[in-house]
Design a protein around this ligand. Structure first.
Ligand code: SF4
Ligand code: SF4
Length: 257
């Protein structure tokens, strides 16, 4: 299995898988992400591409690559743990939130409606309820504030959830909204993989339709062991972590049982 995969270009294969999935009605596909921590080299290229894709301001990064040290000298190990919103099927973050502020799509993606999910108070509620620290508040700041002019990379629009958002000018804005990863829904609907997946330098990131038994993600899940983080909390996350030489079920479950 590993041999076969080394010979194939997995990004091209996942791209083909994606196109096949998009031919089906939305309620027949089920998006999942698979992460292989054995392959993550902690380069943060995925974080940079995510920030660029979504025009995220200071303090907002839908992806975080945790640098984890385990054990005590001389038996110490270090590994990297990329995380983002898990698009939970039973999401605790939305408890008590106005129903028109979010949509759980049939393909699994949890949409936050920026025009309805605004303000610090709502943010704090959502943040406190998310066990994955996956939500962020857009304070309206800019990396190039207090310089002669804002740079175009900060003033250009983003296209989250398939709509145009602008952090300057009169258009609809994500400022003061609760923001999070959405599996790059706007890219998916344009037949492109999420930015983090295409950028991943270590080929640690995979994406596809859980309902397609013949695709890359399902072959990985069939041939490797995996864990879901915080599974016992009943959140039903859609991000699968392959276990291997670094990560294993026992070590994960110490903190995330
Ligand atoms: S990871 Fe957090 S923000 Fe994302 S769906 Fe689950 S509970 Fe909600
Ligand atoms: S780009 Fe890939 S290898 Fe680099 S930190 Fe992100 S997940 Fe890890």
């Amino acid at each position: 299995m590993q041999q076969t995969y080394i010979k194939e270009n997995l990004v091209v294969k996942m791209q083909e898988d994606l196109k096949r999935a998009l031919q089906k009605p939305m309620n027949k596909r089920s998006w999942i992400m698979v992460i292989d921590t054995d392959k993550c080299i902690g380069c943060n290229a995925c974080v940079v591409s995510c920030i660029a894709e979504n025009v995220s301001p200071p303090g907002v990064s839908y992806r975080v690559v945790n640098d984890i040290e385990d054990g005590e000298y001389p038996e110490v190990s270090r590994y990297f743990m990329p995380t983002n919103c898990q698009q939970c099927d039973n999401p605790p973050c939305i408890e008590g939130i106005p129903e028109d502020a979010y949509t759980k799509r049939a393909d699994g993606i949890l949409v936050f409606h920026y025009d309805k999910l605004k303000g610090k108070k709502l943010f704090q509620k959502v943040e406190n309820q998310c066990p994955y620290t996956a939500v962020y508040y857009d304070e309206g700041t800019f990396y190039t504030a207090n310089t002669p002019k804002l740079e175009p990379y900060e003033t250009r629009p983003s296209y989250e959830y398939g709509e145009e958002w602008s952090r300057v000018g009169k258009g609809q804005s994500p400022i003061n909204a609760v923001r999070k990863c959405h599996f790059c829904l706007h890219r998916l609907e344009a037949s492109m993989l999420p930015a983090c997946v295409t950028t991943c330098v270590g080929r640690a990131m995979y994406f596809g339709d859980k309902n397609d038994t013949d695709n890359v993600v399902n072959k990985l899940l069939k041939n490797r062991k995996w864990v879901l983080i915080n599974e016992s909390e009943g959140t039903k996350p859609r991000v699968f972590y392959l276990t291997g030489t670094i990560l294993n079920k026992e070590t994960c479950m110490t903190c995330h049982g």
